[in-house]
Design a protein around this ligand. Structure first.
Ligand SMILES: [Zn+2]
Length: 425
């Protein structure tokens, strides 16, 4: 054995009296560097023993019950032990075991298994992601590449939401960029077939949802309605949007969706359901190329009523999102942004101007649309973006695992179902 500082340290550890007792107990080499359960109990027995110290004793016993080579397991138990110690110091009024738990905490902090175990856990998480990325490089087909990258991105999001991991977080950002690059190339090279195939793959995913018993019936009915139009749509990559197709050779509608979205597949499938709802409304109401989400030929008062009712629904949803417990802040922000988008002003007018400029509508249609804008001000968004947003929320809520019994989910289901009946009626 070389005389190194580290060896000295190890020798000192093994020589400490509380550890000596554990040697020769059949385990061969002495391994426990942490205080034993017996030694800890000895220390705290000098005081009155309250209930608050029990979790610390329990965590220490669980740590010692593990095999020495189980670095990942031991690391997790050391973290648990440190949490129980913090809780003890926060909650115990007398803190009579302060000295003993502080010694334990310091030993836990120095235990090599703490860091090595963490590193092994991290390596395992990273390995799965790295493998997927190498798989992407080996695929010749751009559509398959994007799908694999979307999966890798979802995996990174799940891992980083479960545990802070800055390296993986950066990988996630890179993967998102990679997806955007490949999809962008499909657009710049005008590869319509690839874009269509990519879009159809996501439509298939919504079809799986429509067939899934775990999805609320209201959502499944809506998805079936949306999917009925899947064959009259050309799918393209790009900023989400739906228009009547200008290509006489093409299908009736052109629907764009973004392949790379920050919150991954749930966000992407939500925006797809949103766009498919525009198609559904276009088919149901045949109400101008702007795809207004209401019956044609409504009177002024009827339009005002629609705007008022829908605005109330959006306001209520806003309040329910705030009151919903445990929602991830990024999701809250995404929902709120979408709700404000659904109720924003000037939207019908903006659409009308763009369409007029592009020669997609004539002046009388433009004038008719301006009437809608004026009647709905300042929230004309609800006339083009209401059913769309509700259906989008239903897809998110399911894929995010929001509690179906919550008021937020229930209210959204009821509002979306009312709109489905409207479109059908
Ligand atoms: Zn929209």
């Amino acid at each position: 054995m070389q005389r190194l500082v580290g060896n000295d340290a190890v020798a000192r550890i093994f020589d400490r009296p509380e550890h000596r007792a554990e040697r020769g107990s059949g385990a061969g080499i002495a391994v426990a560097r942490m205080m034993s359960v017996a030694a800890f109990n000895d220390q705290i027995q000098q005081h009155r023993r309250g209930k608050k110290i029990l979790p610390v004793q329990q965590a220490l016993a669980e740590y010692h019950a593990l095999s020495v080579e189980d670095y990942e397991g031991r690391s997790a138990k050391l973290e648990l032990l440190q949490r129980t110690i913090t809780t003890y110091l926060e909650r115990s009024k007398t803190k009579e075991h302060r000295e003993a738990v502080e010694q334990l905490s310091s030993e836990a902090g120095r235990e090599p298994a703490l860091k090595l175990g963490k590193l092994l856990r991290m390596a395992r998480r990273h390995e799965a992601v790295y493998r997927r990325l190498l798989e992407v490089k080996a695929r010749p087909d751009a559509v398959e590449q994007v799908r694999l990258l979307q999966r890798a991105h979802d995996e990174v999001l799940a891992l980083t939401s479960a545990e802070q991991d800055d390296d993986l977080g950066l990988i996630g950002v890179g993967v998102l960029d990679w997806i955007t690059q490949i999809a962008g190339k499909m657009i710049t090279t005008g590869n319509a077939a690839q874009q269509h195939r990519l879009g159809e793959g996501d439509v298939d995913k919504l079809a799986e949802m429509a067939a899934d018993d775990a999805v609320p019936d209201v959502t499944r009915n809506i998805l079936r309605e949306l999917l009925a139009n899947r064959g009259i749509i050309d799918y393209r990559s790009g900023t989400p949007g739906t228009t009547l197709s200008s290509d006489p050779e093409g299908r009736k509608y052109t629907l764009k969706n973004l392949a790379g979205q920050p919150l991954g597949t749930p966000e992407r499938l939500g925006s797809l359901a949103h766009e498919l709802t525009h198609v559904s409304a276009g088919e149901a109401y045949e109400n101008t190329p702007v795809l207004l989400l209401l019956r044609r030929n409504l009177g002024d008062d009827e339009i005002r009523d629609v705007v008022r009712q829908r605005s109330e629904v959006l306001d209520r949803l806003n309040a329910l999102v705030d009151a919903h417990p445990g929602l991830d802040p990024q999701r809250v922000e995404t929902i709120k942004w979408k709700l404000s988008y659904g109720g924003s002003g000037g939207k019908v007018e903006t659409y009308a101007q763009n369409y007029l400029r592009a020669g997609k509508i004539d002046q009388p249609t433009y004038d008719a649309l301006l009437r809608y804008e004026n009647l709905a001000a300042p929230r004309s968004g609800v006339l083009v973006e209401f059913d769309t947003v509700l259906n989008q929320l239903l897809v998110w809520f399911h894929l995010w695992g929001i509690d179906q019994r919550s008021e937020l989910y229930g209210f959204t289901l009821r509002a979306a179902e009312r709109q489905r009946r409207e479109r059908r009626g």
